[in-house]
Design a protein around this ligand. Sequence first.
Ligand SMILES: Cc1ncc(COP(=O)(O)O)c(C=O)c1O
Length: 459
Amino acid sequence: MIYNSILETVGNTPIVELKHVVPKDSPHKFWAKLEYFNPGLSVKDRIALALVEEAEKRGELKPGGTIIEATSGNTGMGLALVSAVKGYKAIFVMPDKISEEKRAALRAYGAKVVITPTSVEPDDPRSYICVANKLAEITPGSFLTNQYHNPDNPKVHYERTGPEVWEQTEGKIDVFVAGAGTGGTVSGTGKYLKEKKPEVKIMCPDPVGSILYDLFYHKEVRTPPQPYKVEGVGEDMLPENVHLDVIDDFVQVDDKESFTMTRDLVSKEGICVGPSSAMALVGAIKYSETLEKPSNILIMMADSGRAYLSKAFNDDWLRDNDFLPSPMKFTTVKDLLLKRGKDVPVISANVDHNVMDVVTLLKDHGISQVPVFSGDKLVGVLDETDLILPLATGKLKPTEPIIHLIKGAIVWVNTHDDLQSLSELFQKGMIALVKDESEKLHVLTKIDLLEYISQHMSV
Ligand SMILES: Cc1ncc(COP(=O)(O)O)c(C=O)c1O
């Protein structure tokens, strides 16, 4: 089929079932609706077209007019595309955290871009919303599309996205998941789906740092808004287009989870979406664990990963922000045991030992904790910190038995557990027990981990 204009290709985006980034044993289906198949590469093309067409109908936007919007980029892209095709001028105001690629793309369509500081209050005159309002006031023939408060935004999702999802899933959808920026997608699509099938659950994943979660659960902001790196979703104010009454649940997702999933979606599913889409999926997976019945979960994936090459797909940026998984995530207890060699003697104390025996043992082997056995049964752990200060202050005598000092901080681990989780156990003062393939018992302490890191993981 040949379209009359690029604008006719907005919508009807494909849905793909995810197989490799979701839990293997999950009874649920995870369906990703890929909005980057829109001509401006995001879900926002849908509202861009609708906001302009509705304004034209009302006579608020006339030929030669200027479209102004406070946008995190994607709505700008949609509006830039619509303006280019329909012959309008366009000015976009956005916070400085928005990636350089997004700004450059808007300029390519002939739009003007105005950058404002991210870390200011929403009612600060320098905030991107206030600056856009001011520009609209002083620009003759301008139309402020006002995506946060314009009811035409949720309306087009109600009239178009909702029916599209319903038809594509043949009504088999049980959970609809969409992050809220303006709230248009979740409110409009959610309302339509609930009308068709009241038992459909509408879940809104929210970045840690946004206030929407608090507003939904507590009707007030308990944790003040914090900056976060995922773009386009979550808020530090409540837009009129976020209709909390349509939403059944919110799930919080942090930046690290979102950026890790962004990379997994490309490398394991071949789906290159932005961090807000990955955030929505992480939220969907967490939410799915609370569902009683096997469910079909549709996740709106708002935009393309191509807009985030300098962030989500740049290892230096990820490392600077502490979003890269540590190399210890990819190394397991089995690797450690293999490298350690089979016949490492277990340095241990016996319940019958006295304090001085154990201090000598720690000193001779240069270790700071030992497992304590009673015969061949492991009963606990002794740590140097439990001995040195009490000895120094005279609260403990060298000849005292150790039995009352033993801590039960022992935990069983598996050979396939990663070293990151092992180190977290050690940080809590635990000692790990593991059985290898031949059922031989090994005791692992933080010294084993330190030795492994120093010998095999040096950078
Ligand atoms: C990347 C991205 N994801 C999700 C959304 C959320 O969509 P909505 O504004 O309909 O709530 C936006 C909105 O700006 C976005 O830019």
